[in-house]
Ligand binder design. Structure first.
Ligand SMILES: [Zn+2]
Length: 202
């Protein structure tokens, strides 16, 4: 049986998880569902959803640890030894991504910034935004790096759109699609050479 304190604590964690991962239009009803649960319902809910509350690991508290360890489904577009890059589930613009360090750290390791720069470069090539803004932020004590393609005047405070996993998978496909080989263009000099005909000798 959960104690009153545990219930409050667990509900708080679930609510903050809902706020960061649910589609905006579902947040309110999901939150009120959680809040209206009594101890027994809450226990059943946790059991059904495979949520371990006694797990003292950071994973159980921090949504980014769960993303980094792939316990939460996300659309991964890059990875190195210290961080993974995923498409933002509530993107502000097309290609909006976050780099999540694999460790629960206050500051993103330099490898995470390298990954962010790689992703940013590729976004520029693939989606041709005006620019790509890279900025570090921290949520639940976990440093992350935002990669925001700017097409008009978007910034991190602009309205977020909810994307489904299918939509994000499509964006990922575009992002990873190999450049189609451009038709070989023959340099002008070559064409001239080709067209060159010996002058007629009178
Ligand atoms: Zn974390």
């Amino acid at each position: 049986m959960l104690s009153g304190e545990e219930i409050i604590d667990i509900k708080q964690k679930l609510v903050s998880h809902i706020e960061t991962t649910f589609p905006p239009e579902q947040i309110l009803s999901a939150k009120s569902q959680i809040e209206s649960m009594d101890s027994e319902q809450l226990e059943k809910f946790l059991e059904k959803n495979n949520i371990l509350v006694n797990d003292k690991e950071e994973d159980s508290k921090c949504v980014f640890c769960a993303i980094a360890s792939e316990k939460i489904k996300s659309v991964k577009i890059g990875e190195n030894e210290k961080a993974i890059a995923v498409l933002e589930i509530n993107p502000i613009s097309k290609g909006h991504s976050i780099v999540v360090p694999k460790e629960h750290l206050d500051e993103a390791p330099k490898e995470a910034m390298h990954l962010a720069k790689e992703i940013s470069k590729k976004i520029k090539e693939k989606f041709s935004p005006k620019e790509v803004e890279i900025s570090e932020s921290k949520l639940f004590g976990h440093a992350i790096i935002n990669i925001l393609p700017v097409y008009k005047d978007e910034n991190l405070n602009s309205e977020k759109q909810h994307a489904t996993i299918e939509e994000l998978e499509k964006t990922k496909e575009e992002f990873q699609k190999e450049e189609e080989k451009e038709e070989e263009v023959i340099p002008v000099e070559e064409v001239e050479k080709f067209l060159w005909l010996p002058k007629r000798i009178p």
